[in-house]
Design a protein around this ligand. Structure first.
Ligand SMILES: [Mn+2]
Length: 250
């Protein structure tokens, strides 16, 4: 039997200010290859190039990756402001309906950082453009200085619901994570369960209630050192199991 295929939802942006590219961080692909034991392929984040019905047939599961651009606030009924930063509307146009279709069908998805925010918005939730401006919140953004290891270093705890989905997965009620995000969940979608919070109250781990398949999201970046980090490894392994099951069932 051939390896299950995981579609990695990448980003669309301008390289050198005017050259449009599709891209995704390499560490996402290695996490899928090494820990989920599946074949990673990058999905171009544009429905005109990658129609949803086609990619759902091609792939067994999907990883919604991080990325600098934010979900356009019109997707949750708010006006665009300077605080919302740069957008990637082509990706919004693919990712949001794809998430809804995957949840409906029970096909596995793992949502990371921007993907976590997409999962919430796709399921009817909303976002804060800049959580560090909220009272009592810390700065969760990537440090502006430092090398990759310093930017992706473990920086805050996430407290998980004892006995909940993530606590069972990690075998711990508190885990250490990196943090490289400016936005955060305002209102969770009706079926979004917040299962883990940073100590300042920022939602960091979510899942879709009564989902037929694997539908988990984390606000941090588990793809970094995925085969070594004690939190990242079980997450990508559990996703991989779900992907292998989906592959075997079709
Ligand atoms: Mn954080």
């Amino acid at each position: 039997m051939s390896s299950p295929v995981v579609g990695i939802i990448g980003n669309h942006y301008l390289l050198h200010d005017d050259y449009p590219v599709h891209a995704s961080g390499e560490m996402n692909a290695w996490a899928v290859r090494e820990v989920s034991d599946a074949l990673p392929i990058i999905i171009l984040p544009d429905q005109n190039l990658a129609p949803i019905d086609d990619i759902m047939e091609t792939c067994d599961g999907f990883v919604f990756t991080g990325g600098r651009p934010n979900v356009h606030p019109k997707e949750y009924g708010e006006e665009l402001t300077e605080a919302h930063g740069v957008m990637d509307e082509k990706r919004d146009g693919l990712a949001l309906p794809l998430i809804r279709a995957l949840v409906e069908r029970g096909q596995p998805l793992l949502a990371i950082c921007r993907g976590f925010q997409e999962l919430n918005v796709a399921m009817g939730g909303s976002l804060y453009p800049e959580i560090r401006d909220l009272p009592g919140r810390e700065n969760h953004r990537m440090p502006t200085e430092g090398n990759l290891a310093e930017k992706f270093a473990l920086r805050h705890e996430v407290n998980l619901t004892p006995g909940g989905k993530f606590s069972q997965l990690f075998g711990a009620d508190t885990v250490q994570t990196n943090t490289l995000h400016g936005q955060g969940i305002k209102n969770p979608g009706p079926r979004i369960i917040i299962d883990g919070y940073a100590t300042d109250g920022t939602p960091e781990a979510i899942y879709v209630s009564e989902a037929k398949g694997f539908a988990l999201g984390v606000q941090w970046h588990p793809e970094y050192r995925a085969s070594e980090d004690p939190v990242s490894t079980p997450l990508f392994a559990a996703f991989g199991e779900a992907v292998h099951e989906w592959c075997a069932s079709r």
